[in-house]
Design a protein around this ligand. Structure first.
Ligand code: NAD
Length: 503
């Protein structure tokens, strides 16, 4: 590999040409591109090469305050929250169309910033417009007012926008996650401040550029880039009515505490340690084909990765051999290569964290069947071999903590009750899957799993279906009408005699 690949990687994305100086050096506040007040800059390091590729200015608390002020004014006095659902729907569709023309750029950006393999990025980035289109549809069909008869007359139940929303997403999947948050927030009539993370600073700014092109009123969508300090300042700002956060459980707890102070509405989409339960009647090849893409998607840096695999004890050896062979045969390397299945992890810090977990797995007695270290043959970036541990027991650290890397833990069970117990023996409850030839059986086992999303024989996340976690995987839901509800407040207005029909 060496220099040739480094050259191909570094020439794969020309930020000056593809993003332009405005997106590279400004924030978007009140419908305008503004020079950041913050002066501290950090380097964006390519995970594919380990070399710096851009400088990122971190927003100051002043930058955050300016963005909140603009969003507040747009909410309190601007047209957006006062438009009807169908009016907002038309603008959302225009925004989605503007974004659709930039999807190839947003996909390449994901590869450039954090090393998502192009085939993975191309598959998942269109979630952004799928969510915008879904919420445009919902904005035009939702009854934002409803009449209910009462003893003394009647009440109008008005679904009001929650207000100014802070949207905070992690580095691992900016575009898809912002699709959920932004689609629902704008459909509801909220105005928003997006705090983009320093690892993926430019995606939200590209979306802001599209918003300007589509003609979204000024102040409705504001973007600042910042780290944890800017994030903490944003969620505790008195101008914020609603926080929609996706990230780690540790940060989610801090945000929940900050929001408790002012009773700020909060949705939390947090970490996971999801279990795939392979039942004894599952067909091996079909199970592997459906399961493998979701055990370590984007090098395991996806919240719903199926990282614990529960197999019947009598089939354990056969499954471990077959699964190890498939994982050991995955094509690792340059994320810009369309054939690559496993690229680098996103950062040096992430690589070191994953290696530490692998070391802990070994020292606590799990049996390594493939991988287990760095992959220098893939390049000078942050490459970790796809790694499988067998003989994992529920007390081991690698069975309990979210690793967020390409590491799978196989655990054996004796009967279905024990499998359900193992699947539920976790602080998390985000996702899960059941593999079986018998769909009725799969459904009844799925009902027993304490997770927000459980899939039988595969994995799907659909725009019209709620996504979110039980237990420490979060509070609230995104997607579907439930996701829209998270950005609304119900107001009851009692009237002695009816007015006209509600709009
Ligand atoms: P993180 O919690 O460190 O950071 C997430 C975001 O919060 C970043 O933008 C960060 O700058 C900001 N932030 C950090 N401290 C803050 C604070 N005190 N107040 C406000 N904002 C703050 O998470 P990460 O490492 O970037 O992302 C990985 C995590 O995200 C994993 O745990 C993963 O499971 C989770 N995740 C969950 C979902 C889901 O839908 N449930 C989806 C994707 C990722």
């Amino acid at each position: 590999m060496g220099d040739n690949m480094a050259d191909s990687v570094s020439s794969a994305f020309d930020a000056d040409i593809e993003l332009g100086s405005r997106i590279l050096s400004s924030f978007h506040v009140d419908g305008r591109w503004v020079r950041p007040d913050g002066e501290q800059a950090v380097e964006l390091i390519s995970p594919a090469t380990g070399r710096p590729i851009a400088a990122v200015v971190l927003g100051s608390t002043t930058d955050v305050d300016r963005a909140v002020h603009a969003a507040r004014r747009a909410f309190d006095t601007g047209p957006w929250p006062r438009w009807s659902g169908p009016e907002r729907a038309r603008m959302l569709s225009r925004l989605s169309a503007a974004i659709a023309s930039r999807l190839p750029l947003l996909s390449r950006l994901w590869t450039w910033e954090v090393g998502a393999p192009v085939r993975f990025a191309d598959l998942f980035v269109p979630t952004l417009t799928a969510m915008m289109d879904y919420y445009a549809g919902l904005a035009s069909t939702t009854a934002f007012e409803e009449l209910r008869a009462t003893r003394a007359g009647h009440a109008r139940v008005v679904r009001q926008p929650a207000g100014v929303a802070a949207l905070i997403a992690p580095w691992n999947a900016q575009s898809p996650i912002l699709g959920y948050k932004l689609g629902a927030a704008l459909a509801a009539g909220c105005t928003v401040v997006i705090k983009a993370p320093p690892e993926t600073p430019f995606d939200a700014l590209v979306i802001a550029d599209c918003a300007q092109e589509a003609g979204l009123p000024p102040g409705v969508l504001n973007v600042v880039v910042g780290d944890a300090v800017a994030g903490a300042h944003l969620v505790s700002n008195a101008g914020i009515d609603k926080v929609s956060f996706t990230g780690s459980t540790a940060t989610g707890k801090l945000i929940a505490k900050a929001c408790a102070d002012r009773m700020t509405r909060v949705t939390l989409e947090l970490g996971g340690k999801s279990a795939a339960v392979v039942l004894d009647d599952a067909e091996l090849d079909a199970t592997l084909a459906a399961l493998v893409p979701f055990t370590m998607p984007f090098s395991g840096q996806i919240c719903f990765a199926q990282t614990r695999i529960l197999v019947p004890r009598r089939l354990e050896q056969k499954f471990v051999e077959a699964y190890t062979a498939v994982i050991g045969g995955l094509q690792c390397g340059d994320p810009w290569d369309g054939a690559t299945q496993i690229g680098p992890v996103a950062s040096r810090r992430q690589r070191d964290r994953v290696l530490k977990y692998i070391e802990t797995g070994r020292s606590e007695g799990a049996r390594l069947t493939t991988g287990g270290g760095v992959a220098p043959e893939c390049g000078e970036g942050f490459y970790v071999q796809p790694t499988v541990f067998a003989g994992v027991t529920p007390d081991m650290t690698i069975a309990r903590e979210e690793i967020f890397g390409p590491v799978a833990a196989i655990m054996a069970y004796d009967d279905v009750d024990q499998a359900v117990g193992l699947a539920n023996d976790s602080d998390f409850g985000l996702s899960g899957s059941i593999f079986t030839r018998d769909l009725e059986r799969g459904y009844s086992v799925a009902r027993r799993i304490r997770s927000g999303n459980v899939c039988v024989n595969g994995l799907e996340v659909a725009p019209n279906v709620p996504f979110g976690g039980f237990k420490q995987s979060g509070i609230g839901r995104e997607g579907g009408p439930e996701g829209l509800g998270a950005f609304l407040e119900e107001q009851a207005i009692y009237l002695p005699t009816p007015l006209g029909a509600p709009s």
